[in-house]
Design a protein around this ligand. Structure first.
Ligand SMILES: N[C@@H](CCC(=O)N[C@@H](CS)C(=O)NCC(=O)O)C(=O)O
Length: 227
C-alpha cells in the first residue's frame, strides 16, 4: 500500500484538488487517491477524519496530515527536493511563492463567475469589470514570468513548477470559457493543457458522472458576472 494518499473531490470541478494532485504526481512516488462526491452526505460524514477545515485537498503521508493546497506543495517540495516544485534560486523562489500566494488568496471575481467544469466548453460571453481586472492581473503575472525572468519556458519558471500547479485551474477556466489573452499567455496555456499530468486529469474528469448543479450553468444563461 502507498504511504501517501491524496484526499480530493470530483476531478471535473475541484480546482483545489487539482493543485494538490499535480504536486503529488510530480514527485513520481506511489500514492493513493481518495475521492468523494462534493457536499454529499458521505463527504460531510467522512471529510472531518482527514481535514480540520472540512475542505480538500488533504495529503496524508503515513501519520502526517497536510491541508491547504499551498502547504501540500511546500511539504512535497521539502520531502522531495529534487522534484522541482519550487525553483531553487532565491529570486525565482520568491517570485514563484508570491504569485502562488496571490492565486491562493485572491482572484475571487474570476473564481466566482467562472467555476471550473472540465467537461464543458462554453462560448465566451462577457466579463464585468471585476472579472476583467482579475484576468488582466493574471495576464500581467504570466507575461512577466514568461518574458522578463529570463527563463526558456514553456512554463512560468521553465520547468513545470508549483506556480504552474497553482495556476493550472485558472488555465482550465480561461480555456473553458473562451477567454483570450496575449500570444505569450495563449502559448503558455497550451503548454499547461498539454502537460501529460493535466491530460491524465482531464481524461479522468471526463469519465465522472456526478454533477454539481451550481457549476452547470447552461451556456445560454452564462454571463460572467462577479459576485
Ligand atoms: N484554501 C483551500 C481551499 C480548499 C477548498 O475550498 N476546497 C473545496 C473543494 S474545491 C472544498 O473542499 N469545498 C468543500 C466545502 O466548502 O465544504 C486550499 O488551498 O486547499
Amino acid at each position: 500500500m502507498a504511504d501517501m494518499k491524496i484526499v480530493m473531490v470530483n476531478k471535473n470541478y475541484s480546482s483545489w484538488s487539482l493543485r494538490g494532485w499535480l504536486g503529488v504526481k510530480q514527485t513520481g512516488a506511489e500514492f493513493e487517491e481518495i475521492i468523494f462526491d462534493l457536499w454529499t452526505d458521505e463527504f460531510n460524514d467522512k471529510i472531518k477524519r482527514y481535514s480540520p477545515t472540512g475542505c480538500v485537498p488533504v495529503l496524508v503521508d503515513k501519520d502526517i496530515y497536510v491541508w491547504e493546497s499551498i502547504a501540500i506543495l511546500d511539504y512535497l517540495d521539502r520531502k522531495f527536493p529534487d522534484c522541482g516544485i519550487w525553483p531553487k534560486e532565491s529570486h525565482l523562489y520568491a517570485h514563484a511563492k508570491a504569485i502562488s500566494a496571490e492565486m491562493h488568496a485572491g482572484f475571487f471575481a474570476l473564481r466566482g463567475a467562472a467555476p471550473m467544469n472540465l467537461r464543458e466548453n462554453r462560448p465566451y460571453m462577457d466579463m464585468d469589470e471585476k472579472v476583467k481586472k482579475d484576468v488582466a492581473r493574471i495576464e500581467e503575472i504570466w507575461t512577466s514570468c514568461l518574458e522578463s525572468l529570463g527563463n526558456v519556458g514553456p512554463f512560468l519558471f521553465g520547468k513545470f513548477s508549483g506556480a504552474d500547479m497553482m495556476y493550472a485551474p485558472v488555465v482550465a477556466r480561461l480555456n473553458g470559457y473562451g477567454i483570450k489573452l496575449n500570444d505569450t499567455c495563449m502559448a503558455y496555456m497550451d503548454a499547461v493543457l498539454n502537460h501529460p499530468h493535466m491530460k491524465e486529469w482531464y481524461e479522468a474528469a471526463a469519465k465522472e458522472t456526478f454533477t454539481i448543479p451550481e457549476d452547470e450553468i447552461p451556456a445560454t444563461q452564462m454571463v460572467l458576472i462577479a459576485p
